[in-house]
Design a protein around this ligand. Structure first.
Ligand SMILES: Cc1ncc(COP(=O)(O)O)c(C=O)c1O
Length: 485
């Protein structure tokens, strides 16, 4: 019998390759932490595709060679000079826990296909909901592959609850007025995308202006709500950002909740980035009012330092978690199941039919190192951002665009030689970012605020320190003079 097991399936092969994998990873992390040379490879897509293709054409290389190829030409998020998007250098062990789900291929949309994977997801959801401030047993949630999907799902539930015939009969049965969703100008683009997907149309997204701290202007929001009906809109949901993507600003969630109550709207909080601050006693007040939400999106693959994708969509009222989808698929989920296991089938609450055991990474590191360790990573990111802000403030040739509310910070390089032409300054920042990307020694991003380009960091690597910020500033000073014209 043993002879019939194909070699790639043999436990001894797994042992051999597993040992090599661990060695390759150890070397990779050591190299990343040294923060030397390129951390982003040359971004030459056709060359990279050619390299990737060569081993498909000729499968002769060893696992070590292939693994090293993939890692050496990847983006090194574990290099402390990485201050890029809201994608963390993961706690390495969380990736190993994820392997348990992928190696055993646990499909977590159906309880019986991933009993423990589903249980871990349930357990994590119970703890996250309690952190929001909800009472155990009253709320529910579902793991999704990403915050975008969670936001769409929440708004789908909101739509189906408000317009009870729409799921079966389509949008024509919704309302004489145009169903609409309200959010701030700075909310993530996936909220507009949701309007397209849900059949509302993106022009039925009412974007509220932001105030001087880039938060939803609640006075303007109320004015827009008061005149929404006469303008032909039936606003059924309002989305608060906790926080926004460009600058990490937290909407006043209590204020948004009050509007939701006054105008009978579904209140959704997009906490993809910021919900994790609930882990920290020091920073959880940023989320004040989240407990009033009907639904909340929470990406663990951002500020809980686990691999993508691991998102949780939480509903304050457990019953609402069934409303996004009304699907009959007796071969998968049988509500008449005598054991009552259908209740644990995630598939009834989520888009996906096959879905990964996406909680194992978080469940694993939480179980190993405790909630306090996750809180310490969050607090470290917050405090490092403050260090960078202070450095920028103290440097006459740099200007932060805002006081950071969390670990996202935008700024500009403003050498006196450039004068005060805002357009030219904007262009300079754009060129600086392109140049830094070309050199590949560390990584930052950029964004447009009020039409002008700003450099942008998300301080998310626990090893990033004052020296790395100072080196980044020096590097910008070095490259900028050649880019100014
Ligand atoms: C506020 C906010 N919402 C939603 C998303 C989308 O989440 P995901 O990338 O997990 O789909 C992001 C991603 O950056 C975000 O910042």
């Amino acid at each position: 019998m043993k002879d019939t097991i194909p070699q790639p399936y043999q436990p001894t092969e797994v042992k051999k390759i597993g040992a090599v994998l661990i060695q390759v990873l150890e070397k990779y992390y050591q190299e990343c932490y040294q923060a030397k040379g390129r951390s982003v490879p040359e971004l030459n897509p056709s060359h990279l595709i050619e390299l990737a293709q060569s081993s498909l054409d000729n499968p002769s290389r060893s696992f070590a060679e292939l693994a090293e190829l993939a890692l050496s030409l990847g983006h090194r998020l574990h290099d402390p000079r990485y201050m890029g998007h809201q994608v963390p250098p993961v706690i390495p062990v969380s990736a190993l826990f994820d392997i348990l789900g992928t190696a055993a291929n646990q499909g977590a949309a159906v309880f019986e296909m991933a009993p423990f994977g589903t249980a871990a997801e349930r357990a994590v959801i119970q703890e996250l909901g309690k952190l929001v401030g909800w009472t155990a047993g009253t709320f529910a949630g579902i793991g999704t592959h990403g915050g975008t999907l969670a936001n769409v799902t929440a708004l789908l539930a909101a739509r189906n609850i408000r317009y009870s015939k729409v799921w079966r009969e389509g949008m024509a049965s919704s309302s004489a007025l145009k169903p609409a969703i309200m959010t701030s100008e700075d909310s993530h683009y996936c909220i507009a995308r949701a309007c397209g997907i849900l059949g509302l149309g993106t022009s039925q997204l009412i974007k509220v202006p932001i105030d001087d701290r880039r938060k939803m202007d609640l006075f303007e929001a109320r004015k827009l709500l008061l005149k929404s009906k006469e303008q032909g809109f039936d606003v059924f949901a309002i989305v608060g950002s906790a926080c926004t993507t460009p600058t990490g600003s937290f909407d006043d969630l209590e204020g948004v909740a009050a509007l939701a109550k006054e105008f009978k709207l579904w209140f959704h909080v997009d906490g993809a980035h910021g919900a994790s601050f609930l882990f920290s006693e020091r920073y959880k007040s940023l989320l004040k009012g989240a407990e009033l939400a009907d639904s909340l999106t929470w990406d663990a693959h951002k500020m809980l330092f686990v691999p993508a994708l691991s998102t949780y969509l939480l509903y304050k009222n457990a019953e609402h978690s069934w409303e996004a989808f009304a699907q009959d698929a007796p071969y998968l989920f049988d509500p008449k199941d005598p054991q009552g296991l259908a209740e644990f089938d995630g598939g009834l609450r989520t888009f996906e039919c096959t879905k990964g055991a996406l909680s194992l990474g978080l469940w694993g590191v939480w179980s190993l190192y405790g909630k306090e360790f996750l809180a310490s990573l969050i607090e470290r990111a917050m405090e490092s951002t403050k260090v960078f802000y202070d450095l920028l403030k103290a440097s006459p040739d740099f200007e932060p665009a805002h006081v950071p509310e969390c670990n996202i910070l935008c700024f500009q390089f403003k050498p006196t030689s450039m004068g005060t032409d805002l357009e030219k300054l904007s262009e300079l920042q754009f060129k600086i970012r392109k140049r830094l990307l070309r050199d590949g020694e560390g990584y930052i991003t950029g964004t447009r605020l009020g039409g002008r380009y700003y450099l942008r960091v998300t301080v998310i690597n626990p090893l990033t320190s004052k020296e790395h910020f100072a080196s980044l500033m020096d590097k910008i000073r070095d490259v900028a003079p050649n880019l100014e014209s």
